[in-house]
Ligand binder design. Structure first.
Ligand code: MD3
Ligand code: FE
Length: 217
């Protein structure tokens, strides 16, 4: 019955792993596009350089960040929010590349979220030792819209928690080329990544890059 439907879908898309209701890992979905994505990350960073934003508590985040799209995620002493201009340059964030939009849209549709049109892409860069502690993404206006994440470069252990920080998270390895769609009941779950292990990836060297596509406004 319904199990047969899931089995049929898994056979058709062997790389799609449901890790929880609303959370689908598309293994290797961005593999073919990875070199082009990384070249474009460099173009974006030439205009809006990676920086370590400050938390509202005044600590520098260990992941370096930049953005592209009409809105960008920023953190400073005033809190977390989306802003149309880069506070470092005072200029709008670089545009969302069409190929990035298409990738995010296709991944979301594959996971059952047709019509996803992100207006923000946060680009995180992790050097060895960098991590992201458990948090919820709740600065976006419409929580019916998913978040699409693309992992590039070194692998990391992702932590997938519950609706409360106290719930012990599950560990899911995320590798180069993996795309994850987080929507529905997974959208407000606590999540984070463990400290990046020191290693070398042929395309990124000693770092991991993560793109997260959001409908923020
Ligand atoms: C689950 N980034 O930028 S991506 C973030 O690897 C963030 O850079 C991590 O958490 C990273 O906010 C994790 C996977 C991810 C992104 C957003 C989510 C998982 C999510 C939103 C809701 C639930
Ligand atoms: Fe997050």
């Amino acid at each position: 019955m319904i199990e047969d439907l899931f089995a049929a879908q898994e056979a058709a898309q062997p790389w799609a792993e449901s890790i929880d209701p609303g959370a689908v890992v598309l293994r290797g979905f961005a593999l073919a596009q990875a070199p082009a994505l990384l070249a474009t990350v460099a173009d974006i960073a030439a205009v809006a350089p990676f920086r370590h934003m400050l938390t509202p508590g005044g600590l520098a985040m260990s992941a370096a960040m930049t953005n592209c799209g009409p809105l960008g995620w920023v953190s400073d002493a005033h809190g977390y929010r989306y802003a149309p201009v880069d506070p470092v340059s005072g200029a709008p964030w670089p545009a969302l590349p069409p190929g990035w939009l298409a990738l995010a849209r296709e991944a979301a549709a594959t996971a059952g979220f047709a019509g996803f049109v992100p207006d923000a892409c946060l680009v995180n860069r992790y050097a060895p030792g960098a991590r992201m502690s458990l948090h919820q993404d709740r600065n976006e206006r419409d929580m019916t819209q998913p978040i699409v994440s693309v992992s590039l470069g070194l692998p990391v252990i992702f932590q997938f928690g519950g609706m409360q920080r106290s719930e012990r998270p599950r560990r899911v390895p995320l590798m180069h080329g993996d795309v994850v769609v987080w929507g529905g009941p997974a959208r407000l779950r606590y999540h984070g990544v463990l400290a990046l292990k020191d290693d070398v990836h042929p395309l990124t060297g000693n770092c991991r890059i993560n793109l997260t596509f959001r409908k923020a406004g």
